[in-house]
Structure formats: C-alpha cells, structure tokens
Design a protein around this ligand. Structure first.
Ligand code: UDX
Length: 462
C-alpha cells in the first residue's frame, strides 16, 4: 500500500450496534491500509463486549486504536429500552466526545502526527458531525444501510410537508411514495423507521431517523456501503453519496471485524462435510427478537423440511425461555441440523455448501449474501429491513419473501414452500451470480467502489 506525504489521524465513530460497528471497522481497516492512523470510538458497553469476544483485538490490530466513551447508562443497565438509550446517548455522548477530542489535542501538542484532523461518523450518530464541525475538524458521514434507504431518509422533511407522512412518521395514504422521477416509488409499508411489533421503538426510530437530514448538512460527502451498479438511481438523487461497498477486509483481518459475540467456527468444519449447495443458513442479525411462538414454529419448519441447516440462535434471540423445547429439538435434528450462538457469517456465506440464506434482511447480511451469490429467503422485522426485502425480491430478484399470519408468525408451511421455491429457481440463482460478479468488480482493480474509496482517501490525506 502507498504511504503518503502528510500523516492524517482519523477518528471513526459507529452507532452502538453490531450492524454499524462491523462496516465502520472494515472501513477503518481499508483506511489504515493507506498508512493513515485510525482511532475507533465505541461506547464503553460495546467496547467491553467487542474486546471480550475478540481477545487480543487491541494488541493485534495495532494499526487501529480502540477507545471507549460512556453512553450515560450504568454498566448493567438494560440497553434494549430504545427511549432510555437514545435519550442518554444524546444527553451525554456529545460532551464526552468533545472532551476526548480536546484531550487528544492537548496530548499531541508539538506532535502534529498525533492530532486528530478528520472525523468519519455514522450518520445515524450524526451529532458527531456537529461536534466535529464546532471544533473545526474536517469530516465525512458514513451510511451503513442501502442508498435507497438514505434517499428516503433525506426526504423526510419534504414527505411531512407534502402530507405523505405525519410528524410521527406514519404514512397518511396507502399509495406508493414518489420522491424523485429518477427513482422507483417506495411502498408505504417500506418506511425505514417501521417497527410493526413495537410502537415505542418506532417512535424512537423515527425521532433518530428524522434528525438525519439535519445532520447530513454538516458534511459534504456520505460514504455508503453499497455499489453504484446496484443502486445507480438512488445514488444519482443524493449529491455527495459516495458508494464504496461492499466493504470487505482481507481474509487475514477477518477476525478483526469486531463481532459482539464469540464466533463459533465449528460450523465451518460442519459445512465442509456437506455437498455443494445443500445447506440452508438461517440467521437474523444481532438485534431481532422472536416471540416464543415464532421460535417454535421456525424450529419445527427446519425440522420438517429435513434438509441440512445451520441456524444462529443468539442467547438473547427470544423474548422468553425456550431451553427445554430447544434441547429436545436439538436431539431430534442432530443428524442434519447445526445450531450456533454466533457464526463467522461472512465465511459461512462464502462456503460452497450453503444453498440459501433465511434472513431478516439487515443491510450487512444482504450485501454479504449478494457478494457471495447466495439466494435469500426474506423475513424482515423492523427498520430498513422491509425496503431491503423489496429490493431483494422485486428489484434484483435474488430471493423471495415469506408472509406471516395475524400474530406476526411465519408458519411452517409457508417457510417450507418458499425455501423449496428459492432452491428450485434458476432465475434467482442466475440473478445471484450476476450480482455477485458486479459486486466483486466494483471493489476490484478499476472498479467503481474502489475508485471512489481511493479518491476519498486521496482527498482526505491531501
Ligand atoms: C442493524 C439493522 O437490523 C439493519 O437492518 C441495519 O441495516 C444495520 O443495523 P443487524 O440487525 O445486526 O443490523 O443486521 P445486519 O445489518 O445484517 O448486520 C449483522 C452483522 O452481524 C453482519 O455483518 C453479519 O455478518 C454479522 N453476523 C450475524 C455474524 O457475524 N454472525 C452471526 O451469527 C450473525
């Protein structure tokens, strides 16, 4: 990698969640490859979890310095309460960040190389950009979801003004939502702050999402974890959007992606023992919570399909205890099913034995599947996952959605029918292979995302 004339020290801050930490840590590795010094700031709670799950991360990754600041809650306080969490973050974190930046400035007096002279902030934590601007530090935003989601988000003030949504984010009509003649319309139930099963969370989500258009004004560019060829029309309507994805790190850095749970690599050996394209991979990201009923139904679906499956069951996946059921289930499926608490997902999706991915459509999971040409079965739960499902099923046609009953439970007949349909579809497989090729090209030599990233870093260190 090239070294540059003038050293830069970049501070990178994600929102405190796995789906935000992972892509920004990958971006940090890409930036560090150019000899730029990176300080990565997590909340104390996320920092402790990342360090516990990845022993030695701090030593091994000397090129990135990990720093923690408080989020304002006690160590053992419940962080799933979205209202408490959002209030606390906004109340205390801007002050702590400013203190950190001032402290580094003091300590690095006389040593220009140490001074933080650029900040990259998750737009979902856009208050960071305000702090950086106030302190006269150059900055860029980062968007961890699809560019289509960003386009909708940046149009929130106009949607309210035009009476398309109310000031709580609820759609006022059931029509398609058009934000630009250059962009296909959005479905009114794909609003990216939707949390159908939790109205309080939806309120908090909208509060945070509707602040983003204001935050985005504090930076001229927004790095997006997507690629131009995938979302060309959405990219065209956002001045300053710079698609640099899918963000990848070299295999030697795989273990430095900042998982919040220890990865159970035994599933890779288990996959080795299966024929090509035979295994159904099932994982719903880091935050999805199932009702007990949904958990039982999904387990019974997988049992009855009878094909090999690998299922990620996080310790906090369900809203009630399921241990007894789960133990009996594991006994019954032991010859063809493997369950882990947290998988090395990118390696799993790259494994030739994987036939399809039953997913919640989180953006990182979506991109990881696309980059590996894996067909998708979609069951979104909240936020941008609904729009991602529409992109997957209706626009790129690389997967199918499942429907749920009136209790929000996807029944076993539905899962079985759709999994078999995905596995049997030549059209879906062909589209997957086409997108995989496009994704690889975009980050390969001369590719659109690589050029954008190189241009950004060149400008940053100029
Ligand atoms: C959240 C939102 O749900 C998502 O829609 C948004 O775009 C980002 O923030 P999350 O629910 O965690 O993220 O989903 P996703 O975006 O898919 O990120 C999950 C990450 O965890 C992926 O990078 C995936 O590879 C990783 N993962 C998941 C593992 O490493 N192991 C697992 O077992 C499961």
């Amino acid at each position: 990698m090239s070294t540059m004339a003038k050293l830069k020290h970049v501070l990178v801050i994600p929102s405190p969640a796995q789906g935000h930490v992972t892509p920004l840590l990958k971006l940090s590795h890409c930036i560090a490859d150019y000899g730029v010094k990176v300080t990565f700031v997590n909340t104390e709670s996320i920092h402790a979890q990342v360090m516990a799950a990845n022993p030695g991360l701090d030593d091994e990754s000397r090129r990135i310095k990990f720093v923690a600041i408080p989020d304002g809650l006690e160590t053992d306080e419940e962080r799933r309460d979205s209202t408490k969490m959002v209030d606390s973050v906004l109340r205390v974190m801007p002050g702590h960040l400013q203190e950190l930046l001032e402290q580094v400035k003091q300590q690095s007096k006389g040593n220009e190389d140490e001074q933080i002279n650029f900040v990259i902030a998750d737009l979902t934590a856009g208050w960071v950009l305000e702090v950086a601007e106030r302190m006269g530090i150059e900055r860029a935003g980062f968007w961890p979801a699809s560019v289509s989601t960003l386009a909708l988000t940046l149009n929130i003030p106009k949607l309210i003004e035009d009476g398309v949504i109310d000031n709580k984010g609820c759609a006022l009509k059931n029509d398609l939502i058009t934000i630009s003649k250059d962009l296909p319309p959005y479905k009114s139930n794909d609003l990216t702050w939707s949390c159908p099963q939790d109205p309080t969370m939806q309120k908090d989500f909208f509060r945070c999402t509707s602040a983003i258009p204001g935050y985005s004004k504090h930076s001229t560019s927004v790095l997006c974890n997507s690629f131009h060829e995938l979302e060309a029309s959405a990219c065209s309507v956002i001045p300053g959007a710079l698609p640099i994805g899918p963000l990848i790190v070299s295999a030697s850095l795989f273990h430095l992606r900042g998982s919040l749970w220890s990865e159970d690599a035994t599933c890779l050996n288990w996959l080795d023992q299966h024929p090509a394209q035979s295994v159904i991979y099932v994982a719903f990201g880091s935050t999805t919570v199932f009702s007990q009923e949904q958990f039982y139904e999904l387990a019974l679906s997988l049992e009855q399909i009878g094909r090999p499956f690998l299922w990620v069951v996080r310790p906090d996946l369900t809203d009630g205890p399921v241990t007894e059921f789960h133990d009996r289930f594991l006994q019954r499926v032991r010859n063809y099913g493997k369950v882990v608490q947290w998988a090395p997902q990118e390696e799993v999706l790259a494994h030739p034995s994987v036939a399809c991915f039953f997913t919640h459509c989180g953006w990182n999971s979506t991109l990881e599947a696309l980059s590996n040409g894996v067909p998708l079965l979609c069951r979104p739960y909240f936020g941008d996952q609904f729009l991602d499902r529409s992109l997957i099923c209706d626009v790129w046609r690389v997967g199918l959605g499942v429907v749920s009953d009136e209790n929000g439970v996807t029944r076993r007949h539905e899962v079985r029918t759709k999994i078999l349909a995905v596995l049997g579809s030549d059209e879906i497989r062909a589209n997957c292979l086409r997108l995989k090729e496009m994704a690889r090209k975009s980050v390969g030599k001369g590719g659109s995302s690589l050029k954008n990233l190189q241009g950004f870093i060149k400008d940053m260190i100029a």
